[in-house]
Design a binder for this molecule. Structure first.
Ligand code: SAH
Length: 230
């Protein structure tokens, strides 16, 4: 009996190790073919994408698709962005280790985990209670101790933790929320998809200078909408 249990146990162990190395290989291919191949070359961004286990941020039945070149549904009508978009937005923020970063739209927590591999502190706000709860639990289980998740309407930012070196909005807004600009440090960067509801939007990269706010459209993108609390 004891031997059978031991055999079963070692079989399971081998199986999970194989599955694990399979995901590691898929992740390496994702970084090479989808991200480096399209010109992302920031070393810390590539490191983060290579090391965050994206398959643990998608629903169980979609795990085999986790490293595909597209967004995926994560429940509550929301999606986890395409890996390339995650990488592009991350690189665009020109992050440094001691930066304090705010994300609006936690979703699965994947983008927050990517940011957490690069900077010391990440604050992230999610409007859907269920997603905020599950992302918080997932990030805790995976030991991302430098991410703080809060449920709320990200329109208002996080005044208690401001100012931020960088802000990333991962839901498509119709215009740029002023409180977010206000909570950016001078020299700070923000990236946000902006445009009319349910249409292709422009990813806008914003730099806050001493006396002005510089905005530049960098790419056309599709995002789930930025919603507001009643
Ligand atoms: N960054 C996520 C994907 C985000 S999808 C990931 O890595 O998985 C966009 C998310 O923004 C959704 O979960 C949506 O509920 C959330 N959202 C939309 N409007 C919001 C708002 N006003 N404040 C905070 N979160 C918002």
């Amino acid at each position: 009996m004891g031997r059978k249990v031991a055999m079963l146990f070692s079989f399971l162990l081998c199986y999970s190790l194989l599955a694990q190395s399979n995901y590691t290989a898929q992740r390496k291919r994702m970084v090479d073919n989808q991200i480096k191949a399209r010109g992302i070359d920031n070393v810390t961004t590539l490191y983060a994408l290579l090391n965050v286990p994206r398959h643990l941020f998608v629903p169980e039945d979609l795990k085999p698709l986790a490293y595909n070149d597209n967004p995926l549904p994560i429940g509550n009508g929301q999606t986890i962005s395409q890996p390339y978009i995650v990488a592009y937005m991350t690189q665009a923020l020109r992050l440094k280790k001691d930066d304090r970063v705010l994300e609006i739209g936690t979703g699965s927590g994947y983008q927050a985990a990517v940011l957490a591999k690069i900077v010391d502190s990440v604050y992230t706000i999610e409007i859907v209670e269920e997603l905020a709860m599950s992302a918080k639990e997932r990030l805790r289980n995976l030991n991302y101790s430098n991410v703080v998740v809060r449920r709320g309407d990200g329109y208002n930012g996080w005044p208690d933790k401001a100012p931020f070196d960088a802000i990333m909005v991962t839901a498509g807004a119709e215009y740029i929320p002023q409180p977010l600009i206000d909570q950016l440090k001078v020299g700070g960067r923000m990236i946000i998809p902006v445009g009319p509801h349910n249409q292709v939007r422009q990813l806008v990269l914003i730099t806050k200078k001493k006396n002005k706010v510089v905005k530049r459209n960098v790419m056309a993108v599709r995002f789930v909408p930025f919603t507001r609390e009643e």
